[in-house]
Design a protein around this ligand. Structure first.
Ligand SMILES: Cc1ncc(COP(=O)(O)O)c(C=O)c1O
Length: 404
């Protein structure tokens, strides 16, 4: 008789966004005349930039001719893309990363979920609270955590690092020593960031205690302030303690195209074992490479024209972020984020819970956001709005909220 992986049964309830979708659907069915504006899910809305579309078209044509047809991609990524990444994202920032330390994938969600496979089940993980749910849930599935405690809304055997208003939504070094530390800056959901000195402190700490940092930089393109690091490898010593995850989803609109990469430096070792080799082994065994057409699209992201075009898209979303942030502040809300990230994190008024505010906003303004409590217990009393809508919808949503 087969048995299931019972770790899956530890995962509580339904996924946050499906709960939201159900509530919105029910409201819309009951109120078909209402025009709902969605500023909830972190999906982009702008079309892919022309230079990138051109690159995809040419790659499609190549696939139609025997002389230029491409079958299986190299499982770690085509050199043309890995080299473009090294030049565009690392050398240009003075970070010492080479092409054979880049592993191309179909996105950061998979990588952030899969990377835990190369670590022992004994390792203790530390995560921010609130947090992008994938880090914890995938460790739960693997059996690296204890049970879920519905009173605390936390899993046993996980170190939660509270990110609250008092600490500018930045985690403090934990009291208990973790083995694997998940950090994400600019942050989803709070939109917060840390400066280079703060990140250096984490790198020094990880090297001191022998921990590895899994650094999710999916929102790096949204950084606007000077002192915010674009990659963890700007910090001294990061090559011996950090893995970095990157995505093309939010900087270039690839959420439906799918491309990302993970950096595993060769200096990152456990005893004599190089994590770069372990991840290469895992990738080679379980993954057959991102499609050629999509990797050519990724290469175009780093072209001069491509860069210019995607910069405009990011600026478009960040203008929305400014409208949301300033509009909410004018309306008397306490707001953070929205400066180096497309997420605005607001404190719910009148001590409403995150879900109470969700219902209130849906029913009174017909605006959909995301309850902060869905990202962890410290998110209770907060609410996330995203800048990924259209300019027109963003203006309309804020006008409605101001009138409440
Ligand atoms: C923090 C964070 N990491 C990773 C991802 C997933 O990125 P991708 O689309 O590359 O899978 C997201 C998507 O919303 C995210 O917010």
């Amino acid at each position: 008789m087969f048995k299931i992986n019972e770790n899956y049964l530890k995962l509580p309830g339904s996924y946050l966004f499906s709960t939201i979708a159900k509530k919105v659907k029910a409201y819309q069915e009951a109120n078909p005349d209402k025009e709902i504006i969605r500023l909830g899910i972190g999906d982009v809305t702008q079309p892919i930039a022309p230079k990138i579309i051109d690159a995809m078209h040419s790659a499609v044509d190549e696939m139609g001719k025997a002389e230029t047809f491409h079958g299986y991609a190299p499982d770690l990524g085509y050199d043309f893309l890995r080299n473009a990444i090294v030049e565009g994202d690392y050398k240009s920032r003075g970070a010492d990363i080479s092409a054979d330390e880049i592993f191309v994938s179909d996105g950061a969600k998979c990588d952030s979920g899969n990377i835990q496979e190369i670590f022992s089940l004994d390792n203790k993980i530390a995560v921010c609270d609130p947090v992008y749910p994938v880090y914890v849930d995938t460790n739960v599935m693997a059996g690296r955590t204890g049970n879920y405690n519905s009173d605390t809304e936390m899993f046993e055997n996980v170190i939660y690092m509270q990110c609250k208003e008092e600490n500018n939504f930045a985690p403090q070094l934990p009291d208990k020593t973790p083995d694997i530390i998940y950090l994400c800056f600019p942050n989803n959901p709070t939109g917060s960031t840390i400066n280079k000195a703060q990140l250096q402190e984490w790198v020094d700490y990880a090297n001191k205690v022998g921990a590895v940092i899994i650094y999710d930089a999916a929102y790096e393109a949204y950084i606007s302030e000077q002192d915010v690091p674009h990659t963890i490898y700007e910090c001294e010593g990061a090559r011996t303690c950090a893995i970095e995850l990157k995505s093309f989803s939010k900087n270039a609109g690839f959420t439906g195209v799918r491309l990302g990469y993970t950096v595993v430096p060769k200096d990152l070792k456990c005893g004599d074992v190089c994590l770069n080799s372990l991840w290469a082994r895992r990738h080679g065994t379980k993954y057959n490479g991102a499609p050629y057409i999509i990797q050519r699209a990724g290469e175009a992201v780093y072209s001069a024209e491509g860069r210019e075009q995607i910069k405009k898209q990011v600026a478009y979303y960040m203008n929305n972020a400014k409208i949301i942030k300033e509009g909410l502040q004018t309306a008397g809300f306490t707001v953070s984020g929205g400066v180096n990230a497309p997420y605005i994190w607001l404190k719910t008024p009148d001590k409403m819970t995150s879900w109470e505010f969700f219902d209130y906003l849906l029913e009174s303004a017909n605006v959909v956001g995301t309850p902060g409590s869905g990202f962890g217990p410290s998110g209770e009393g907060y609410f996330r709005l995203t800048a990924f809508g259209s300019y027109e919808n963003t203006i309309a949503a804020i006008d409605r909220i101001k009138k409440l």
